[in-house]
Design a protein around this ligand. Structure first.
Ligand code: URA
Length: 251
């Protein structure tokens, strides 16, 4: 897949940011320095001097500072995580998913185990990732699970009622959809360490393959081979924005 051919989220002005934050992200210094640059009339947006550091800008806007055009600095990617890669920026022993991304300074939006494959969102937008990872946001995640013995129908009810893991921790209600004897989808609204594996273990099953297929209503693009990534589309990004907007409004 040609990464460059993918649409950059924000092309249609969805991603809206404070002007000073965009300058910071472009390397013009810390918040105070960037706010001062703006107040001193050193920044043009669409050929007009802007003096409000909180002025809202998007991908569409033409920003100039010191006669230099600014390149929109935020990226939002979907990666199909391969096995044997860990969700970190650096590790002594194992390759990291961030090594698969050309862009610098990116972070994983949440974590998958080393042997888990599938959908992982990656961004350099720290604010967005912080908000999305707040436990109270209950972002839904769906996994395709392969287990080692025949799945019982009664598991559906057990998962709905809340499985106990680590002897005393009760998980929130989860949805289980059995596909065949050894395969199912499970949807969770929380993300405890090794949660899916532990939930199945509590019920007497070993997870032998785990693949995340959906995160925050965004589905893994099945065209992406393991290790490939692309920018989120406008619609996909809008799902993240909607989720945060609804949470802010307490909906
Ligand atoms: N649950 C797990 O057990 N592992 C993952 O990678 C994600 C969820």
């Amino acid at each position: 897949m040609e990464i460059q051919d993918q649409m950059i989220v924000g092309e249609e002005g969805i991603v809206i940011k404070d002007l000073y934050y965009v300058l910071m992200k472009c390397g013009y210094g810390n918040a105070r320095k960037c706010k001062n640059l703006i107040k001193k009339k050193m920044v043009l947006v669409n050929h007009m001097y802007i003096v409000d550091p909180l002025y809202q800008v998007s991908y569409d806007d033409h920003i100039i500072i010191n006669q230099q055009n600014i390149r929109w600095p935020f990226v939002y990617y979907m990666l199909n995580k391969p096995k044997r890669y860990i969700c970190a920026n650096y590790d002594k022993q194992w390759p990291c998913v961030i090594d698969l991304i050309q862009e610098k300074d990116c972070y994983c939006l949440g974590r998958l185990d080393k042997d888990t494959t599938g959908l992982l969102l990656i961004t350099n937008d720290v604010n967005l990732s912080k908000k999305l990872l707040l436990p109270q946001n209950h972002v839904l995640k769906t996994y395709f699970v392969t287990v080692d013995s025949v799945l019982k129908e009664s598991l559906i009810e057990d998962f709905l009622s809340g499985i106990m893991i680590d002897f005393s921790i009760k998980c929130q209600s989860a949805r289980l959809e059995i596909i065949d004897s050894f395969h199912c989808y499970v949807t969770l609204s929380e993300g405890k360490y090794h949660q899916v594996k532990k939930m199945f273990l509590s019920c007497g099953y070993h997870v032998i393959e785990l693949k995340r297929t959906n995160f925050a209503n965004i589905s893994l693009d099945e065209q992406l081979k393991e290790g490939e990534y692309r920018s989120l589309t406008k619609d996909e990004f809008q799902k993240l924005e909607n989720l945060l907007f609804h949470k802010r409004k307490g909906l």
